[in-house]
Design a protein around this ligand. Structure first.
Ligand code: UDP
Length: 409
C-alpha cells in the first residue's frame, strides 16, 4: 500500500503511538525541512526518504526532498570517500577533493536553502554547507555510514566542513567520530505498510519464485543486498557451499544497482566465479528491483542472511525480522542492535560461523521460528517508521536548545 497515511498505521502500532506523534507535531507544526541526498532510487537512504517525507508533511511539518546531480567521475570519488570514511586505506589527490567541492558548489547554486532545517544525508552533498547564506536556519548532517575510524587524510579534509553543521546524526554512538558539534542517534526504520513489507498472498510469493526460475523444492537461503564488498556476497556463497555439504538447500542472491554505484559489476563477477555452475545458486541483478518482489523473496525464504563485514544499519535485517524470518547477520555496525544473538537471530563473524548458523536454522525449525517471532516483536518496538517520525519531531525541538540535554528516543 504505497502512500499509506498516518491513520493506517494505527492498526500496526496502536492508537497511542499515533496520538503521541500528533501532540509532538502540534509543538513544531508549520516548520519546514529540506532533505538532500545523492540518489532518488536504490539503497536504504532513498528508500526511507520516500516514506518519511510525506508522513512528516501529513503531521504538518513541510518537508521537501532534493537530489544532487553529479557525473560519473564525481560518483567514483564519492564512492571512494564512502570506503575511505569506513576506514579503507588509500590516498586521495587534490584533484579529487577539488572535483568533489566543485560538484557541491554547482549543486548549491541550483538550490534555495530557505527552510528552517536542512538535513544533508551522507558525504556526497555534505560540502553544500560551505555555501550556506541564510544564517538563521539550522543544518544537520545525517551520516548513515560508520565513521568511527575514518581514513585520516580524508577526515582531515572533511572534518572542518562537518563541524560547520549545527549537529550531526549517526546510526549508532559506535559510528561517531570526535566532533565539536552536538550529535544525535537515529536508528533507521522500515515502513510496515509499503510494498516492501506489507502482507502478501502465498500465491503471489509462489509466482515470484516461479517467474525467476527458483524452485522451492528445498529450503531457500537468501541474501538481498547491493553487490558491494562490505556486504560480502562472496563470503555468502562460500558459507552456503560449506553448509550445503550437510543440509540440502538453495542459495538466492538478489542485488540491485544504485545509480551512484559504479563498483557492483566487478563484485558481481567475483560472486559468479565463486558460484561456478552450481545449479542451486541463483544470482539475480536488478536495476532497480521491484519492492513487492523483494518482499516475496524475503517471505518465501527459509533463512535470510546479511553477512556484512561493515554496515550502517542494514534495513534488510529489519525487513526480514518484520516478516518473522530467522536472520543470520554479521556482527557489525547496526546489525547487533537488531539481532540479539540467540534471541532475535544469530550473529556471525566468519564464513564458517555463517555456514554453521545456516545448518542450525535449517535443522531446527522450532529455533528458527522462535527467533523470527522475537525479531518481529523487536522491530515493532524499535524500528518502524513511526519511531522515526518521532525522532525528527524531537530533533526540531532539540535544535531550539542545541546544548540542552534532550534524548531523542
Ligand atoms: N534492496 C532492494 N533490492 C535489492 C537490494 C536491496 O530493494 O536488490 C533494498 C533492501 O530491501 C533495503 C535497501 O535496499 O530496503 C538496502 O538498505 P540497507 O540498509 O540494507 O543497505 P544499503 O544498500 O543502504 O547499504
Amino acid at each position: 500500500m504505497d502512500g499509506a497515511n498516518l491513520f493506517d498505521y494505527r492498526e500496526v502500532v496502536g492508537p497511542d503511538v499515533i496520538e503521541e506523534l500528533t501532540i509532538l507535531a502540534s509543538h513544531v507544526g508549520g516548520r519546514t525541512i529540506k532533505m538532500v541526498n545523492s540518489t532518488a532510487v536504490g539503497g536504504g537512504v532513498a528508500e526511507m526518504l520516500h516514506r518519511i517525507v510525506p508522513l512528516l508533511n501529513e503531521l504538518g511539518v513541510k518537508v521537501s526532498w532534493e537530489v544532487i546531480k553529479g557525473d560519473e567521475p564525481f560518483y567514483e570519488i564519492t564512492k571512494s570517500f564512502h570506503n575511505g570514511l569506513q576506514g579503507k586505506a588509500q590516498i586521495f589527490s587534490e584533484d579529487e577533493f577539488e572535483k568533489y567541492l566543485s560538484v557541491n558548489r554547482m549543486n548549491a547554486k541550483e538550490f534555495i536553502f530557505e527552510e528552517d532545517l536542512i538535513v544533508i544525508h551522507d558525504p556526497q552533498p555534505a560540502a553544500m554547507i560551505l555555501h550556506k547564506s541564510n544564517m538563521k536556519n539550522r543544518w544537520v548532517w545525517r551520516c548513515h555510514i560508520d565513521l568511527s575510524r575514518p581514513n585520516a587524510q580524508l577526515w582531515q579534509f572533511l572534518r572542518p566542513t562537518i563541524e560547520k553543521y549545527d549537529a550531526a546524526i549517526f546510526t549508532s554512538p559506535l559510528f561517531s567520530p570526535e566532533l565539536a558539534i552536538p550529535q544525535y542517534q537515529f536508528f533507521p526504520a522500515i515502513d510496515p505498510l509499503d510494498d516492501k513489507n506489507r502482507d502478501l498472498e502465498e500465491s503471489y510469493i509462489d509466482g515470484v519464485f516461479e517467474k525467476y526460475g527458483i524452485p522451492r523444492d528445498k529450503p531457500v537461503v537468501t541474501q538481498i543486498s547491493r553487490y558491494d564488498p562490505w556486504k560480502d556476497p562472496v563470503g555468502v556463497v562460500q558459507a552456503f557451499k560449506l553448509a550445503r555439504k550437510y543440509v540440502d538447500c538453495r542459495l538466492l542472491l538478489v542485488g540491485d544497482k544504485a545509480a551512484d554505484d559504479p563498483e557492483s559489476d566487478k563484485i558481481l563477477e567475483l560472486v559468479r566465479n565463486e558460484a561456478g555452475n552450481d545449479p542451486d545458486i541463483h544470482i539475480l541483478l536488478f536495476s532497480p528491483s521491484i519492492p513487492l518482489e523483494i518482499n516475496a523473496f524475503q517471505r518465501g525464504s527459509q533463512v535470510i542472511l546479511q553477512k556484512s563485514l561493515k554496515e550502517g544499519f542494514a534495513l534488510t535485517v529489519a525487513e526480514a525480522l518484520w516478516k518473522g524470518r530467522p536472520v543470520i547477520g554479521g556482527a557489525v555496525g547496526g546489525i547487533p542492535a537488531q539481532i540479539i544473538d540467540g534471541h532475535t537471530g544469530l550473529l556471525v563473524h566468519t564464513v564458517e560461523g555463517a555456514s554453521l548458523a545456516i545448518r542450525s536454522l535449517l535443522n531446527q525449525p522450532e529455533l528458527a521460528m522462535r527467533l523470527g517471532e522475537n525479531g518481529k516483536r523487536r522491530v515493532r518496538n524499535e524500528f518502524l517508521i513511526t519511531k522515526k517520525l518521532k525522532r525528527y519531531l524531537l530533533l526540531l525541538l532539540a535544535l531550539d536548545k542545541p546544548r540542552g540535554t534532550i534524548f531523542l528516543d
